[in-house]
Design a protein around this ligand. Structure first.
Ligand code: SAH
Ligand code: SF4
Length: 389
């Protein structure tokens, strides 16, 4: 018989948390204050243990412990690339009170001199089947809950020592600068806009100044083009948007990004035209994976310029990252530079993304968990793997 898992209060909005507290007997007059205190401990201080919430009475802490969790996943594996990129395999029990099998999720941390980016997953597997993406070969297992999406951020910060040190100053809160995780990108496993409500709830908490307090300019959602949800992202989340474009005509895009059959290029680009004004952001990022002899000709660069006319854009050229069994090759460096050079000549910022963490299969499109497979145990011996506490 499957067992009921306890509910995580990570990812609950203020109203839901108030209801959770009322359900364990916190009085109406106290609920608001307790919600504020809990949010402070959970997000600003990052505590993972109710007993560290020192301004709550012992009996309330005991009640919380008996009924709720702080959502942390089991860390099945933590790998560190030669370039410093880290990849975690997190295991979540269903945290929404439902029964359910545990699921494994990958999350990647990419340190750079100017920023530290956490690449967060929204689903286990993906129901879309983009032909160049490893996640697309894994069957869709389920949507992640808001709790599980945020818990990836909290668990990464736990491991990176990115929470403020309460031993040094009990009043200190997470500084908004100097954080190890300064940016969040919804570019891990899954299509975030096919899990809209949970992704929205998680990101609104990430953006809330009294929770994680990320700036809207530092939170980016990437979509393969779920057009009806793009407008809602603009008006309800208002974060930065990246579009996985990858092809400049419907015929090729139907093949590479099959959701294009449902929402073709003209509809996608129309949604992009209105996004910056509604979301109040400067521009949209278009992602373009460089596939040798498939989408990397100069004619295609020309067509790209034509298509994006009138949309404030930046174009990220992503060298294709191979995975076992993939059917494509990465374009040559020379061809990528010619393609980028043309776009720059036409006034587009078009950086070529340096692949990060390829050696640990952490680069774009290489993520694929093995939720269907039997559990792995933490490893400590192989090169690139660190010991877990
Ligand atoms: N599902 C969302 C977000 C996850 S994928 C989306 O498709 O946008 C993050 C980015 O990596 C997307 O632009 C995706 O198209 C790209 N990508 C997927 N597989 C890749 C691969 N093998 N090499 C390089 N980029 C890849
Ligand atoms: Fe899913 Fe994005 Fe991969 Fe396409 S590229 S299969 S939408 S994760």
């Amino acid at each position: 018989m499957s067992q009921i898992n306890p509910i995580s209060i990570v990812g609950q909005d203020r109203e839901q948390l108030a209801m959770s507290l009322a359900a364990i007997g916190v009085s109406d007059s106290q609920v608001r204050m307790r919600v504020n205190q809990l949010w402070h401990w959970i997000y600003e201080r990052g505590v993972a243990d109710f007993d560290l919430m020192l301004n709550l009475s012992k009996s309330l802490r005991d009640d919380l412990k008996q009924n709720f969790t702080l959502g942390r996943p089991e860390i099945v594996e933590e790998q560190v690339s030669v370039d410093g990129t880290r990849k975690w395999l997190f295991r979540f029990m269903a945290s929404d009170g439902n029964t359910g099998l545990p699921v494994d999720v990958e999350t990647v941390y990419i340190p750079e001199p100017e920023r530290g980016t956490l690449c967060v997953s929204s689903q286990v597997g993906c129901s879309l089947t983009c032909t160049f993406c490893h996640t697309g070969t894994q069957k869709m297992v389920r949507n992640l809950t808001a709790s599980e999406i945020l818990a990836q951020v909290l668990a990464a910060r736990d491991r990176l020592g990115d929470h403020p040190d309460s031993a040094v100053d009990p009043e200190i809160i997470a500084p908004h600068s100097g954080r190890k995780v300064s940016n969040i990108v919804m570019m891990g496993m899954g299509e975030p806009l096919l899990n809209f409500e949970n992704v929205k709830q998680a990101l609104l908490i990430a953006l809330d100044d009294s929770a994680l307090g990320f700036s809207r300019r530092r939170v980016t959602l990437s979509t393969s083009g779920v057009v009806p949800a793009i407008g809602r992202t603009a008006s309800e989340i208002r974060c930065m948007l990246a579009i996985s474009l990858h092809a400049v005509n419907d015929e090729l895009r139907n093949e590479l990004v099959p959701i294009n059959r449902k929402y073709p290029l003209d509809q996608l680009l129309q949604a992009c035209r209105t996004y910056p004004d509604v979301a109040n952001c400067r521009r949209i990022t278009f992602e373009y994976v460089m596939l040798k002899d498939v989408n990397d000709s100069l004619d295609e660069a020309r067509e790209l310029v034509r298509l994006l006319r009138g949309i404030p854009s930046k174009i990220n050229l992503i060298p294709f990252n191979p995975w076992p069994g993939s059917q494509y090759e990465c374009s040559s460096r020379k061809q990528i530079d010619r393609f980028a050079g043309y776009l720059m000549e036409k006034g587009f910022e078009s950086p070529v993304r340096t692949p990060r963490g390829r050696d640990i299969f952490a680069a774009c499109g290489q993520l694929k968990s093995a939720s269907e497979k039997p559990a792995k145990s933490p490893r400590t011996d192989a090169k690139g793997l660190v010991e877990l506490n």
